[in-house]
Design a protein. Structure first.
Length: 434
């Protein structure tokens, strides 16, 4: 089994690991990576811990200022990606544009300016990045399982925070356009989008950034790889020489994101190392930040508002932007489209989450139930915003794994029923299409 193949990682050599591939292979697992090109020309890295013969597929999608590293950084015993693989899933890990250190050319057009490259919001994550990665996964599985039919293959997306909002936006837009989305279930851990309640620092601090950095910069990131390496080395040296920094950083994270301050870290990477990896190597555009702030300020789960009068607006906004992009004076709002969700959904909330509190997840649940969606919800005591990914604790890990198994069982039961109806010619292939 995969458990027997695991290798011990020398904690003193953790800083020598570069990227998810090193982490996966050093744990004794196989690793694959694929280069995906979006319709608008961005290059993305799709990674995989393969179970090639499995018909149960997971597509893991990270949130803002994060990457696929978040699903693997606690080692084979305590990371969701490894445990899901051990349970028989074929695990794919997505990376949004701008996420992670990559040797890939950023776009086909290398003459793009920095400002042009970072000109994207959550719209592009949802309407460009996710379709490209999902299409790649489907094609890979069809090639490997040559005689597979759609009813025998289950693809469940597990998404965190902003990634959860992007997945919902993707599915709803595909449904509106009548294009198959190829997903069979959604497991959304503390998804963004609905923010009926937000912490004071997100309101006040966010508003301050609206009028400063977000008006001046095109991205939140280190501008050069050498600066990233220098900052990473500095953080490592600080931690090595000042062990108390670890505790200070852990307390700060708990105060901002929530969680249990007394909960011991179980992974091979320290809190400081994880923070360094996520913040220093995972850039995002200020337009994504502005889009998240629009969710909070307007209390609406909507597409990016391009108007200069938007709350808040971005420096790239322009008058008539919504009409040009959407054909309407206001951006599309997504909760009004929840009736289009045609797959089972499982929502996860952390009762200790201080960034996207459980009341926001409950609102998603209520609106989905009202729209007739097959939806379930779980919440976990003491779990903060990052406890379902890089801050994984035992309760969160088991909760995600159990929810994943339950969701896959539900979706495969539905597909079996559809297959039987099609066999009896009581339903057409068009009506069963996802």
């Amino acid at each position: 089994s995969n458990i027997q193949l695991r290798k011990f990682i020398d904690f003193d050599k953790v800083n020598m690991l570069h990227g998810v591939g090193d982490i996966v292979e050093c744990q004794g697992y196989n690793y694959e990576q694929f280069y995906v090109v979006t319709a608008d020309g961005y290059h993305l890295r799709l990674e995989r811990i393969p179970n090639k013969k499995s018909k149960r597929v997971l597509f893991l999608q990270h949130g803002v200022m994060d990457s696929s590293f978040t699903w693997c950084c606690n080692g084979a015993d305590n990371s969701f990606a490894f445990r899901a693989h051990d349970a028989g899933y074929d695990v794919f890990l997505g990376n949004f544009r701008g996420a992670g250190v990559s040797s890939l050319p950023r776009r086909h057009n290398e003459d793009l300016t920095d400002e042009e490259f970072w000109d994207f919001s959550i719209n592009e994550h949802a309407f460009e990045d996710i379709p490209a990665m999902v299409s790649k996964i489907v094609n890979i599985k069809k090639t490997e399982l040559r005689n597979i039919v759609a009813e025998d293959l289950g693809i469940v997306t597990v998404a965190h925070s902003m990634g959860g909002a992007a997945v919902l936006m993707y599915l709803l837009r595909q449904r509106e356009l009548g294009i198959p989305h190829h997903l069979d279930g959604l497991l959304l851990a503390t998804p963004a989008g609905i923010h009926v309640e937000s912490p004071l620092y997100a309101k006040v601090g966010g508003r301050a950034l609206d009028y400063t950095l977000a008006k001046l910069l095109n991205s939140f990131r280190f501008p050069e790889d050498r600066l990233t390496r220098a900052a990473t080395k500095f953080m490592h040296d600080v931690r090595s020489n000042l062990p108390a920094v670890e505790g200070v950083v852990s307390v700060a994270i708990v105060n901002f994101l929530g969680g249990n301050e007394a909960h011991p870290r179980m992974g091979m990477f320290s809190t400081v190392q994880q923070l360094t990896q996520n913040i220093l190597t995972c850039g995002t555009s200020t337009k994504v930040y502005t889009h998240l702030r629009q969710f909070i300020a307007t209390k609406k789960f909507q597409a990016f508002d391009y108007e200069p009068s938007a709350t808040p607006s971005h420096f790239s906004s322009f008058k008539g932007g919504n009409m040009k992009m959407y054909g309407t004076p206001r951006p599309p709002e997504f909760t009004s489209l929840y009736h289009l969700i045609n797959v089972p959904v499982h929502l996860i909330a952390g009762r200790g989450d201080r960034l996207i509190g459980p009341s926001n997840i409950l609102r998603h649940y209520e609106l989905m139930r009202r729209a007739g969606v097959d939806v379930q919800i779980d919440s976990y005591d003491g779990c903060g915003h990052a406890d379902f990914t890089c801050g994984m604790n035992t309760q969160a890990l088991h909760g995600l794994l159990n929810a994943c198994d339950g969701l896959m069982e539900r979706t495969m039961a539905q597909k079996k029923t559809l297959k039987e109806l099609k066999r009896k010619k009581l339903i057409t292939a068009h009506h069963s299409r996802r």
